[in-house]
Design a protein around this ligand. Structure first.
Ligand code: NAD
Ligand code: TYD
Length: 353
């Protein structure tokens, strides 16, 4: 038995690959285009695992995907591959349409053709799982109830719109062709191997390098943080026991303002790696120009996955963020490997002035 997993050299896909390879003997065929956000070093812990096969390529390469499906006959496909950074989607939305919309479309077509050739028994066992985000639901006011699966799709950023489009394609491939699909919509993740363009790893690494810690706007935007391994455990539960054609929201009831998150990181660093001059890391905090169209609040109502599948997060924000800060302290070599000249150019463009 095997599972084809895409986007495994990235943050969440690599967590899924590590978790599954540690938990079972099932083969993982991992497909990743190795964009700026995907790095082979992220997969180092599983590169020598005989149950892991890494393939460098794109989900948009239908012939390659078809070949992998024919050769390995996976019982499931889990699609993590995507362009994932909102700020980059504002500067250059085209890559998001190419990968998240067209890439998902081509992947779905390859999977459909493969699935249609399976025996009835194999067809009924097969699953395609689309990993999506809570950002497809738009933004919440302070008073509104968290996002439930029944909320309308109201994406606000090019990233969110491209993810919404791919979710719609997945839904249509189920309703029209009968492809056995599942979709998960998760809140913001954090944890090891998070590319340091995103808030939490950026703040940790900037703090260690004595650089400014940029908070957009007033820093009162709220995100609902989930430790990455809790997310990948939830995905596996949905893959194994979720109801076909259904969507599952995943979140840990951990709403925090960006200010709270950044101050928490500073406090942990003050304890774990005190600054030589004795000053607090929080003195590096700086409020910068807001993100255009910045969504004010995301929050997940996770009662469906908790009730139907019995999934619950194992980490609280306090335990998860402490582990995460410690991981970055212990793994600065990984950060050096994944941050190249193109990364520095991105920082200059995004944080100029
Ligand atoms: P990431 O940017 O860290 O990793 C994405 C990976 O996909 C990279 O390894 C990249 O090389 C690969 N990739 C990009 N284009 C590809 C293509 N055409 N073919 C094959 N591989 C390609 O992203 P992430 O944070 O790990 O997110 C994974 C998925 O989870 C995405 O679909 C994202 O929308 C979703 N998601 C992320 C979060 C979050 O907080 N990071 C929350 C909810 C959902
Ligand atoms: P991010 O990690 O980019 O995730 P998303 O935009 O998908 O939620 O950002 C998390 C929050 O942190 C978001 O409200 C934007 C904010 N933010 C900053 O304040 N400063 C930064 O430098 C970055 C990257 C994000």
């Amino acid at each position: 038995m095997s599972i084809l997993v895409t986007g495994t050299a990235g943050f969440i896909g690599s967590s899924f690959a590590r978790q599954r390879l540690a938990a079972s003997n099932e083969k993982i065929i991992s497909l990743d285009a190795l964009t700026y956000a995907g790095h082979p070093s992220t997969l180092l812990p599983v590169m020598d695992n005989p149950n892991h096969l890494f393939v460098h390529g794109s989900i948009g390469d239908k012939a390659l995907v078809a070949k992998l499906l024919a050769e390995y006959k996976p019982r499931a496909v889990v699609n993590f591959a995507a362009e994932s950074h909102v700020d980059r989607s504002i500067h250059g939305p085209e890559a998001f349409i190419e990968t998240n919309v067209l890439g998902t479309f081509r992947l779905l077509e390859a999977v459909r053709e493969y699935w249609q050739e399976l025996t009835r028994e194999e067809q009924s066992q097969f699953r395609y799982l689309q990993v999506s985000t809570d950002e497809v639901y738009g933004t919440l006011s302070r008073e509104e109830a968290p996002f439930a699966e029944t909320n309308r799709y109201e994406p606000n950023s090019p990233y969110a719109a491209s993810k919404a489009a791919s979710d719609h394609l997945v839904r249509a491939w189920h309703h029209t062709y009968g492809l056995p699909v599942l979709t998960t919509n998760c809140s913001n993740n954090y944890g090891p191997y998070h590319f340091p363009e995103k808030l939490i790893p950026l703040v940790i690494m900037n703090a260690l390098a004595d650089k400014k810690l940029p908070i957009y706007g007033d820093g009162q935007q709220v995100r609902d943080w989930l430790y990455v391994e809790d997310h990948t455990r939830a995905i596996y539960e949905v893959l194994e026991r979720g109801q076909l054609g259904e969507t599952y929201n995943i979140g840990g009831w951990n709403e925090k303002t960006n200010r709270e998150v950044v101050y928490t990181i500073c406090t942990i660093l003050d304890e774990l790696k005190p600054r030589e001059d004795g000053s607090c890391y929080s003195r590096l905090i700086t409020f910068v120009k807001d993100r255009p169209g910045h969504d004010r609040r995301y929050a997940i109502d996770a009662r469906k996955i908790e009730g139907e599948l019995g999934w619950k997060p194992q980490e609280t924000f306090d335990t998860g963020i402490r582990k995460t800060v410690q991981w970055y302290l212990d793994n600065q070599a990984w950060v050096r490997l994944v941050t190249d000249a193109a990364y520095r150019e991105w920082l200059e463009k995004q944080y100029a002035g």
